[in-house]
Design a protein around this ligand. Sequence first.
Ligand code: FHN
Length: 415
Amino acid sequence: FSGAFFSAKAQSKIDPNTIKDKMQWFADAKLGIFIHTGIYSVNGIGESWSFHNKEISHADYMKQLKGFTLKNYDPAYWADLIKESGARYSVITTKHHDGVALYDTKMNNLSSVKATPAKRDIIKPFFEELRKRDIKCGAYFSLIDWTHSDYPGFLKDSSRYEIKNDYGRWNKFRNFFQGQIKEISTKYNPDLWWFDGDWEHSAEEWESQKTRQIMLSRNPATIINGRLQGYGDYDTPEQNFPVNRPTFNWWELCMTINDNWGFQPNDQNWKTPYEVITIFVDAVANGGNLLLDIGPKEDGSIPEQAVTVLKELGAWNKRNGEAIFNTVAGIDKGHFYGPTTLSKDSTTLYLFVHGKATGPLMLKGLDNKIESITAVGSGAKLSHKVVGKISWSPVPGLVYIDVPETALDKYVTVL
Ligand code: FHN
C-alpha cells in the first residue's frame, strides 16, 4: 500500500485533546468490519457510480429495488462471524449514495422497508445482535443522495440545480438529511458515525457543525469519522496506507476485501487471509485500525471468500491478540525495521516476524529503554531481556531478535 495518507480535505476543527476519553475504545479496538449492503448487490451493474457516471440510466439502476429480498438475512449469523473475526466494532450502510435507506426511515418512502420485497429494517436487528456480543455499532451515512429530487448532485439533468441558485431547495434537502440523522440517532443510537460523500460540498453547505451537534446532543459519547467536512473525530484513509506515521493515536484504514465495496457477481482480486492479516498488523503497528469491508449478497448471505477471511483473521487474533488489542503503535519504521506494537505501559515490545527466521536473530535498532521483548508468531511468545545499546538492523524490512539458537524454530516462525 502506498500513496497519499490522508486525502486532501478540510482538516478537522476538533481538538484531539477534547475527545481523548471517548476515542479510547476506538483506539483499543483495532479491528472493525465494514458492511456495504444495498440494491447495488442485485444485478451486478455496479454501485450508484454506474448511473452517476452515466454508464446506465438512473431508472435502470433503481429497477434493482425489486430484486432486493434479504430472504436469507440472518443478523445473528452476521454478528457471530464478526465476533469470531476478533472485530470490536462494525459499521453498516444505513444509506448509500443512491438514497435507498436500509432502515425504517419516516423521511421518505425510499427504503428497504417500503420499496423492496425485503420489507424489513436491516439496522435494528443487526445492532441488537452486535450489542448482545459487546460489539460497538457504527452507522455509515452518505451525505450525497443522488436520487433525492432536492439534491443538486452531479446528475446534470433537468431536475438538478446549483446551490447558489436555489438555497430554498438546498435547505429542503438539508432538513431531509438532518432529519434522517436525527431518526437514526433516536432509533438506533450508534456508537460511531461513518459519514461519506462530504467531498461534494463545503462544511458550511453541509452545516457540518450543526450536524455534529445533532448527534452529540443525543449521545455525547458517539464518535464521528473525518468525512463530516472539518467536524470529524478521526480520519479514515481509503485503500491507502500511511506514508508517514500520524502523530495522533486514532485513525482507521478502510479497505475492501476484493475490488468492490458492495457485492458484485464478478467480484475479483479477493485478498487472502495472509494479505489481510499483514495489512492489519501494519495498520495497528502504525497506531491505526483496520475497517475491513464485506459485501453481503442481495439475499443477505455472505460470500464464502469473505467468511474464510473473517474466520482465518479470527483464528490469528486468538493466537496473537495480546500483541494487537489495547496496544499502541510500536517503534516507528524510521527507527526499526518490521511492524511492532507496544503494550500501553511500553514495557513489552511485540514483534511481528514475516517469513521464516533465516539464521541467528539479533534485535537491532533499539535503545535499551524497553525492558522485555516478546516475539509473536504462530501463537508462541518469547520474552527477551534487552540489555545495552544495539546497533541498527542492516536489512530493511527484516526483524532481528537475539534468541538462543534452540528457540529459533519454536518461537519465531511465519506470521
Ligand atoms: O462510493 C463510496 C464507496 O461505495 C464506499 O462507501 C467508500 C468507503 O470509503 N466511499 C465511497 C468511495 O470513496
